[in-house]
Design a protein around this ligand. Sequence first.
Ligand code: ATP
Ligand code: MG
Length: 328
Amino acid sequence: MKRVLSGMQSSGQLTIGNYIGALRNFVNLQHLHRCYFMVVDMHAITVPQDPAALKEQTESIASLYIAAGLDPNKASIFLQSHVPAHAELGWIMTTLTYMGELERMTQFKDKSAGKESVGAGLFTYPSLMAADILLYNADLIPVGDDQKQHLELTRDLANRFNNRFGEFFTMPEPYMPEIGARIMSLDDASKKMSKSSPNPGSYIAMLDEPAVIRKKLSRAVTDSGREVKYDPQNKPEVSNLISIYSHFANMSVAEIEAKYDGQGYGPFKKDLAEVVVAVLEPIQERYREIRKSGEIFDILKKGAAEASELANETLLEVKKRMGFVLPS
Ligand code: ATP
Ligand code: MG
């Protein structure tokens, strides 16, 4: 059995990109491995946050985890800020990270572009992410393709620590879907879909009403052709929609291409909305029940206690190896 760890930032509402790239795999992996899934609220504050929104989004994402099928008796589900070892190992990892490594991170370049003042936390974010993973000595990290670079850095930091202080950290591997590891924006297929986008038309939130989903998908940008063909190089918009269809309908790309052969984009986009709604509607119903019951707080308490046990043990060993005087 392997150890699995991942998380989502409470920086907005989960999108179908988060679902396809990561959350679906969380649900699958919980049956096979020892899993730790958190809401990374401390990462969410690396961009300016409204306190009420942060609170609501954090509770909402944790509840959506459960609504989408995560089982608190199978996986530990918790908030990053409830396990202080993350912040502590995060600091230690920051001291092991080189400025040049952080400067090369494309997420930092994207998120800081055009901004006048950028918090230092956005720059050092990858060091905290490395700590998130290494605290659990996780083997498998279910993430979207955009996190590959941060995961590479995590491996470099694990190696650096092991070389300096003795073999200790496991090398984490990314775990991604074959198709849909990077779902693109509905309004611009050169950008990934992101929950923090200022344009709600660029994404489908998992909690969007069916009517909103239908509208957003009918407005999704496509090329001027009419062939429903998976060709990310030449037809990035339609290929993105095919990836989404494939996940929500559990159909292969070839089956989808055959189904819409000669029919143009209209019927394809219409059906796409229905397959997405068919999966999200029951999740939304469960979500509303979970929010009403207040059960999420007990789940998060139990998850934090389970996670802390392993995280504190790792942190103590790290500090011992680095020469910290441990409390007696
Ligand atoms: P933000 O805009 O605040 O960064 P985000 O949508 O990128 O939000 P994150 O919380 O940063 O979401 O990432 C959560 C998980 O979802 C990560 O594993 C990430 O790789 C994955 N993910 C994010 N966007 C996509 C996408 N467009 N396609 C596939 N996976 C994605
Ligand atoms: Mg992101």
